[in-house]
Ligand binder design. Sequence first.
Ligand SMILES: [Zn+2]
Length: 327
Amino acid sequence: MSKPAVIVHPRPDLDACVCITLAGASPQDVHFLPAGATEVPSVCPCCGKRLTGAERILDHPLGEKGRLDADGTRHSAAVSMPEAKNADPKLLAEVEEQDSTGLVKQPKIPIARIVAAVRTEASDRGLRDTELDREVVSTMSRIIRGLNLLHGAQESARSYIAQSQVKEVGGCKFAILPPGETPPQVGIILNEEYDVSGAIYVTGFNLGVTRYPGRTTPDLRKLQPHLPGWFVHSAGFLACWGSRKSSATQPPPTNCPQTQEEILALMRKVFCLYAQTSSPRYKKARAGRIEYCGRHHQTADRRTAGTYSSSRPRNRATSNSFCARKA
Ligand SMILES: [Zn+2]
């Protein structure tokens, strides 16, 4: 009996791969439908083939997706499949940890077991002797080459990170990235290993701040009133003058930040102020506004009350000490 085709999200992760395998689908019978799709189209966006509607939808919001606990923990789709009862519990535990926390702290399956698994699977398909050995070498050499490539990419990401500065803003850490293109993996390493919430970047005329996936604060929409003409994403994870998807061809308006340091200063004012919204001092001071003095890159703060009220332009040093006191 032939297995039905399967639909998963693009860039399949461990959970999606395990789902596909448990369903018994072969790779050519897998279709990739963006996770944001609201219905299954009649023509597949990944291959242009006609979809019948009989496809099994796995690890996708339109189909079988893992259980969601009351505390917001999302479980893997694989453990929820009926076929999971025949799967290795160590494999399911690893998928589960990866999917609900984004990281497996103590992997449960050593690489030597993967070599044994590759051999067992090829043998199960009927391969023997030299043919079996060659199959093991073929599969394992691709995995090992990929591990070494990942390692190389991580090393170059780490040396790039060593040139970045990490600054505190309203209780969150933000990286000031070196100008230019950011190597892949930098965001993942900063987010997962350095507990950095996001980054301020500059590339040509592109200037902006982005919050990393999985982070919910700060809400970058709060910068919008100070950034006329900038793009601020409605989900609050991006505020930018030009991005990789849509490059700017001229500098930002002069009443906006012109440099990464000025974005940082604006964020410190906005997010340190928001942290203060419930204090009586803030209420007295809320008549104050934040302004940019064109190319002088300094901000004037015209609050009328509070210890940090001042009519003089605030330089970077006083902004920092303001933030350190309030954060
Ligand atoms: Zn397809």
